[in-house]
Ligand binder design. Structure first.
Ligand SMILES: Cc1cc2nc3c(=O)[nH]c(=O)nc-3n(C[C@H](O)[C@H](O)[C@H](O)COP(=O)(O)OP(=O)(O)OC[C@H]3O[C@@H](n4cnc5c(N)ncnc54)[C@H](O)[C@@H]3O)c2cc1C
Ligand code: FES
Length: 395
């Protein structure tokens, strides 16, 4: 920096003040405040995007692929292969959300006359699949929704992950890998991807035709069937032996599927001494049976408690089953509350427990240390063990 001497610098600064005054004089009468950084952030991460279903297609005997385009003049935000969308759903009196991995490729949401994204929803089992059954049976072309996208950390990051990726998938956990396969085929994702997809029978394979149609020598797709001895291909589970057979050199493993599969696959990867930095696991939603979670009080009988819900000075008293997280109790009572991952990971549903005991499963505990200390929980992953009082944001 050049120093001109005290007097010259003082005179220089007075010229700056004069120039500033002139600029202000020549400005508009009305205050126009624009923050270009925030504008870009809003475009990349809109709070909500209006979307319309444009196509529904069967992709297995029990799963359907849904194509969405932006609606009401909105623009689809960019996303990475492996991220998910959280969709707002009004089912009867209940306003809820569910996360679904985006199975289309990011380039398809940016290019063409009709940019789109797709999800694949597997039909639920009657009695347990509250949203999945409703979605599978009711959603049709022309239906409109509000969606929150993109979310999640389950994407390939070249600075962190190896160039060779082995995907270990089960059930609807195949969906993010179809997105990756298509992006590789398009030439905008440069990795070698081997997909090992475990299913009980060939009838359970989702997106098979679509995955087999991907033309790229960087993508391999191998079905592994556990319940059919006569199957002419890889049989059994995603064992260490099988994983080793399809791994080449330094490899990052991406795991996506049901919770039971995570436990099994983690054990098999440990047998191969795979370091944890080479294992990426997608979040898996709430446990089907919280009483089976590690650390759940052994002699506790399921029951329904009173839940005091504070929003500012307003207090509502609702019912909360010990078998369901706070988020579901709020939804059943028609109280608005934000949820995205519904797995305890993202923190969107964060609320404070002012009174009472709760159980938070270790596998769904994505809280910060400070939050734990000050009694904050993630409502999608906190189960009442007594009558409780919670404080939630006013929405
Ligand atoms: C990151 C991520 C990605 C995912 N991607 C996919 C995907 O690509 N494809 C896919 O098929 N699935 C995917 N899922 C799973 C998906 O989000 C749903 O969990 C799945 O569709 C099953 O939904 P469900 O409501 O049927 O069951 P659950 O999500 O298990 O919900 C059932 C629960 O709903 C609650 N409930 C029941 N009745 C009511 C009521 N009246 N009011 C309020 N709550 C009630 C109860 O607590 C019940 O236990 C993904 C999950 C995550 C976390
Ligand atoms: S919705 Fe993500 S932590 Fe609850």
């Amino acid at each position: 920096m050049k120093i001109n001497g005290f007097l010259k610098d003082v005179l220089g600064s007075s010229r700056v003040v004069k120039a500033r005054r002139e600029l202000i004089k020549s400005g508009s009468e009305t205050a126009v405040f624009r923050d270009p950084i925030n504008d870009v952030a809003r475009e990349l991460h809109p709070d909500v995007t209006h979307v319309k279903v444009t196509k529904v297609e069967d992709v297995s005997p029990t799963a359907r692929k849904y194509t969405f385009e932006a609606d009401q003049g909105d623009i689809l935000p960019p996303f990475q292969c492996g991220q998910y969308v959280s969709i707002d759903l009004q089912i009867g009196d209940t306003l809820t959300t569910r996360p679904y991995s985006i199975c289309s490729a990011p380039f398809e949401a940016r290019t063409g006359e009709h940019p789109f994204f797709e999800i694949t929803v597997r039909n639920g089992k009657p009695g347990t699949g509250y949203v999945s059954c409703w979605f599978y049976e009711n959603v049709k072309a022309g239906d409109t929704f509000t969606a929150h996208l993109p979310f999640g950390q389950f994407y390939y990051e070249p600075l962190r992950d190896s160039h060779n990726v082995v995907a270990l998938a089960g059930g609807s956990g195949i969906t993010p890998f179809y997105s990756m396969a298509k992006e590789i085929e398009h030439g905008t994702l440069d990795i070698n991807l081997t997909i090992l997809y475990g299913s009980v029978s060939t009838k359970d394979i989702i997106l098979e035709k679509q995955l087999k149609a991907v033309k790229s020598d960087k993508v391999r797709f191998i079905n592994v069937i556990s319940g059919d001895e006569a199957y002419d291909g890889e049989k059994g589970f995603l064992t260490a032996e099988l994983i080793k057979k399809y791994s080449e050199g330094d490899t990052t493993y991406f795991v996506c599927g049901p919770l039971a599969m995570y436990h099994f696959v983690k054990g098999e990867l440990d047998k191969l001494d795979v370091p944890s930095k080479r294992i990426r696991m997608e979040v898996f939603g709430a446990p089907r049976d919280i009483t089976a979670a590690e650390g759940y009080p052994q002699d506790f009988n399921p029951q329904t408690f009173r839940l005091h819900v504070m929003r500012g000075i307003q207090e509502d008293i609702i019912e909360a089953s010990s078998l369901e997280p706070f988020a579901v109790a709020l939804e059943r009572a028609g109280i608005k509350n934000r949820t995205r991952c519904r797995s305890g990971a993202c923190g969107y549903c964060r609320c404070q427990v002012l009174d009472g005991d709760v159980f938070v499963p270790a596998e769904g505990d994505g809280r910060r240390m400070a939050d734990k200390e000050f009694g904050f929980v993630h409502a999608c992953s906190a189960y009442p063990l007594t009558e409780c009082t919670i404080r939630i944001p006013i929405l």
